[in-house]
Design a protein around this ligand. Sequence first.
Ligand code: UD1
Length: 423
Amino acid sequence: MDSILVTGNGPLSGQIPIAGAKNACLTLMPATLLSDEPLTLTNAPRLSDIRTMTLLLQSLGAEVQALNDGQVLALSSHALTSTRAEYDIVRTMRASIRVLGPLLARHGEAQVSLPGGCAIGARPVDLHLRAMEALGAEMDLRDGYVHAKAPAGGLRGGVVRFPLVSVGATENALMAAVLARGTTVLENAAREPEIVDLAQCLRKMGARIEGEGTSRIEIEGVDRLGGATHRVVTDRIELGTYMLAPAICGGEVECLGGRIDLLQAFCEKLDEAGISVEETAAGLKVARKNGRVRAVNVVTEPFPGFPTDLQAQMMALLCTAEGDSVLEEKIFENRFMHAPELMRMGARIDVHGGTARVRGVEALRGAPVMATDLRASVSLILAGLAAEGETVVSRVYHLDRGYEHVVRKLRGVGAKIERIKGE
Ligand code: UD1
């Protein structure tokens, strides 16, 4: 297994290009199942999660071609051969549940394996299932699979009231509703930019949707959808991660393609911590010019709040802040597994349930550490960039799921980082 060697060094400077959003792409790709005409996605990120979704769609009989070094995905579902998403693929990536809505909407049935356990908490799929039921589907759980069946004549519009905000369940419900008969209203819908991106793509395919980006989305079902070409929105989590690199190490880095509206709450916290963020013609310029970062308190929330997917990276920054910071994780239980690893590097962190208190220290020291999930692994790299000495982050396959060319991008701004090939 490969690992990453990071040697702490001084200020960073230069530019980092930000890729298309992994999470948007993972929900745009299954949208191909809604139409027999081609869907072309541009600005796709080159990641192992995208390859997993490719395999899943291919297992259903869809054609998926990666062009232009993987940045363009040409998808077509004119001849599906299966409506069954197998355990072998689903267990490796929870986002697989996103094929449920489109399969059910276009083919009237779907069997999707239950995703099973996950390192950052239980993460059930009950909200996805309830949304499909609200559109008239019959759901049955057998042999570890969800067996879903639409009524004769297909799904019908309905009111879906989510008891809590779920990105994935909103996406599944939206994709199911675009081909349902009549009007569907999604209440307490998620408002993430990736949902806005999905709605925009579906509209290009001929869907009738209003209200995306608000908590009430209204969909008027249509008989069929056509093809489209769509550019995947910027990855706000990759953006926030790289914005933290100069915040931690000092210096000035311009993140190309960055937009403040994707990360308003996060940018406000950086400002409070003493980091400057400036909009430029090409993206966002981030700088920490003098002094130590100030401690700040962070509560993770659904969009437009502070994203849970940036909590681990923010913690890495706050480890060397002046004063105590409190991070409250409200989206996922058990999402502080990076804390004990950061403590191996000299951080002082107390975790109690969903709250972590970080007492800022002058400096971190390099150490061998282990990545436990995608965002945790990149937080350890960020910490290593600022630590004294060498840090070796093992289990980097987590990183490959969500960060393309991480070594190349960070080297480009002067970081000392290399990938060490495993046995
Ligand atoms: C998506 C993102 C993930 C991000 C998360 C929260 C993708 C591919 N992944 O995940 O990176 O961390 O949003 O911003 O886009 N829940 C239920 N029942 C359900 C579904 C969810 O109880 O049926 C709970 C979850 O356990 C969690 C909360 O709802 O506590 C939010 O999860 P959700 O927004 O659904 O996350 P994902 O869509 O899985």
